[in-house]
Design a protein around this ligand. Structure first.
Ligand code: ADP
Ligand code: MG
Length: 679
């Protein structure tokens, strides 16, 4: 990293977060903001929250030594209550602070016995604090070694170091929509003076994201529109045979979507179709049917999933299907990053010479080194997790490739038409028969013991359970549960016959696969996991999911997580542990409690979000715009679509000089791709 004052070590921590340059740093947006609010009374402090209180030091200021650490401690109070204050290794405080002095103490509140406490609070004099009220301090995504302070300072420096940040949005548009200058917006997204500025900055950056996104779509569409179907297919017996043998009948909605897909594949033009359906509506079988059709017509098909875990699962399920129902035309292969170089080479050879005709994988599928013999169909599962670029790259692998995208994102139809502008849409709006609605409960941490008993009970009845924690290991974010410790705890408190394992994104891919496989074969009873299992994972025998620190997740994300259960005929349960006592959290959790409908949840989520949690509860169901929110900013989405059309009308290939920057960005940057394999 070429920033003065950032040492090699710190730089290496940043590199771990994929931050290498000043520009990367500037694009490392906060996940939320802490507002300086008017100081609270001691009795109004909230545990685990960053709070400020005006308190007077009472009693003695004590100074102790424990091993080689010095501890300064005292009580501070107002008329409503007392707070225990502790500082480590700050011995000078003992002499500089006086009993009777009043300060604003700002820190994270904990509860020790009957008392509130703060460790290392910031202390402000009244006149220092007053001008800060209303200011927002950025809260960055952190790792074990990167503190908020370090990131904040680095970002400040990056702004000094960074060269000119070129804006690609024509001035005329900015004026019409009242959007601020790009560089200013970037600055304010990190260091907003107040929430109004933050909102204006966010909207500006959101507009950029939308415009780029829509432009990319339009260019894709230009290329695919009216493209001739060069791999025409005909109905074969294989799919009907499979449908007869399956233990269930397709729902009406699945049938409609399947007919849409078939008529595309058999038509004159190339297919570009999105299948939209809530979690558990049964989209995978549609993908498999399409891949079978493709194979039995003599072509290759590929299916791309956003995580290795999901890709492997699809592969395993497909293999089972082939074995059980004798689908001989399918020759499947798995291509994921976890394979050894040799294995990858072998798979690539088989793809090239046509030995395999159904390739399942992650975005490893789109790498340049993969050459297909006669690729005809590309399925992308969980489409919203990919950038347009991935789809673009894959469809570039064949001369005219059919594209089938699947997504669980509940977005209004008008927006879907813009955002998936290049695709026709089939909606799977019906759940398989015989599903019992998931039973929800939202409870506090004191319910844990009961929940453990419940899980034990379900496991003893032959079922399985997921436990979700937001963190991987201790120390990433205070006060949140982590998979590593939690697994240990569960092994101690649950009966010994219950097999508990953990799963998270930092594990070796092979290990992840092994665990997921073992879980789906029922060799593991309880899987303690991060959100890696959020997308697509399908183990119908799992009937309980317990989500720790549920308040920390976005509602749509919770909905996706919950969708891991209730996938079979058995009654399933979702236990949301709400570890916060904030009213907002309670309200949000209440929505989850009341509704199992992804669409309704997305809307409610939107209605309830306040400006403080802009990024904090980022929707995973969204298309992963960083600032933009397709529902909240639906006006901007529509504007950007019209602007994109106007720009392309005058300059269809973005070749005019005034579109240089735009053209470069559209053609090089992945617009909204986030690599979820590392979560
Ligand atoms: P999603 O739409 O979330 O991708 P899946 O395709 O994984 O859902 O399907 C969820 C579960 O429902 C799977 O176990 C699948 O076998 C089963 N399933 C799919 N369609 C039907 C159906 N018509 N009737 C009964 N079960 C079905
Ligand atoms: Mg799925």
């Amino acid at each position: 990293m070429e920033i003065k004052g950032i040492g090699e070590k710190t730089a290496s921590y940043f590199n771990k977060c994929h931050v290498y340059t000043c520009e990367d740093l500037i694009n490392y947006y906060p996940r939320g903001y802490d507002e300086f609010v008017s100081p609270l009374r001691a009795c109004d402090l909230k545990v685990k929250c960053l709070c400020s209180a005006r308190l007077t030091i009472i009693g003695n200021i004590t100074r102790r030594h424990v091993r080689n650490m010095s501890i300064v401690a005292f009580d501070a109070a107002d008329e409503t209550g007392k707070v225990k204050i502790t500082f480590f290794n700050a011995p000078y405080l003992a002499s500089s602070l006086k009993s009777g002095a009043t300060y604003i103490f700002r820190g994270t509140v904990e509860k020790k016995g009957n008392f509130f406490s703060m460790t290392h609070p910031k202390m402000y004099k009244e006149e220092e604090y007053a001008p800060l009220i209303g200011r927002l301090m950025p809260r960055y995504p952190l790792t074990k070694h990167l503190t908020n302070n370090v990131v904040t300072k680095a970002v400040e420096k990056a702004f000094i170091n960074v060269g000119d940040l070129q804006d690609f949005v024509p001035q005329e548009i900015l004026t019409r929509l009242g959007l601020m200058e790009y560089k200013k917006a970037l600055r304010l997204i990190h260091f907003p003076g107040n929430s109004k500025e933050l909102e204006e900055a966010r909207r500006r950056l959101a507009y950029n994201e939308f415009l780029l996104f829509v432009l990319k779509l339009r260019l894709l569409k230009q290329r695919s529109d009216g493209k001739k179907n060069e791999t025409p297919m005909a109905e074969t017996a294989d799919t009907d045979l499979l449908l007869e043998k399956l233990p269930y009948k397709l729902t009406g909605a699945q049938m409609r979507a399947w007919n849409d897909i078939k008529s595309d594949l058999f038509s004159e033009n190339v297919m570009n179709r999105l299948v939209q359906g809530d979690v558990g509506s049964g989209k995978t079988i549609l993908a498999f049917l399409s891949l079978i059709t493709c194979a039995s017509n003599g072509y290759q098909g590929a299916m791309m999933a956003p995580t290795e875990v999901l890709a492997s699962q699809h592969f395993e399920n497909l293999k089972k299907l082939i074995e059980m129902y004798g689908i001989d035309c399918l020759k499947p292969a798995l291509l994921i990053g976890a394979l050894s170089a040799k294995e990858k080479r072998e798979v690539r050879d088989k793809i090239k010479n046509g030995e395999v005709n159904c390739i399942i994988g992650t975005h490893a599928l789109v790498q340049d080194s993969v050459v297909y013999k006669n690729l005809s169909l590309v399925v992308t599962d969980e489409q919203h997790r990919f950038g347009v670029r991935q789809r673009e790259a894959l469809s570039g692998k064949g001369s005219s490739v059919h594209v089938l995208a699947m997504s669980a994102t509940p977005i209004p139809r008008t927006l879907a038409i813009i955002l998936y502008g290049d695709l026709s849409i089939s909606v799977v709006d019906e759940m398989p028969q015989g599903r019992l609605p998931i039973k929800n409960c939202v409870v506090g941490t004191n319910y844990r013991q009961t929940a453990y008993k419940f899980i034990t009970d379900q496991v003893h009845k032959g079922h399985q359970a997921y436990v979700i924690c937001p963190m991987i290991e201790e120390g990433e974010l205070d006060g949140y549960e982590n998979v590593t410790d939690y697994t240990q705890t569960l092994r101690e408190v649950l009966p010994k016959d219950i097999h508990i394992e953990m799963l998270h994104g930092r594990m070796k891919p092979l290990e992840k696969d092994r665990l997921m496989e073992a879980f789906s074969r029922k060799e593991i009873d309880v899987l303690v996991s991060t959100t890696v299992i959020e997308v697509g994972i399908d183990v119908p025998n799992a009937t309980v999911i317990m989500i720790e620190n549920a308040e920390r997740f976005g509602l749509s994300q919770l909905h996706q997580l919950r969708g891991r259960v209730g996938r079979g005929a058995d009654q399933s349960y979702c236990i949301f542990i709400n570890s916060s006592d904030s009213e907002d959290a309670a309200k949000r959790m209440d929505i989850m409690n009341r509704s199992n409908d992804g669409f309704e949840i997305a809307e409610e989520d939107l209605n309830q979000r306040g400006p403080g949690d802009l990024f904090g509860v980022r929707q995973s169901g969204d298309m992963n715009f960083r600032c933009g929110d397709i529902c909240r900013d639906s006006d901007l989405v529509k504007e950007s679509a019209m602007d994109a059309d106007r720009i392309l009308k005058n300059d269809p290939n973005l070749s005019l000089p005034q579109h240089n920057v735009l053209s470069e960005i559209v053609n090089t940057k992945s617009v909204n791709f986030i690599d979820f394999t590392t979560l």
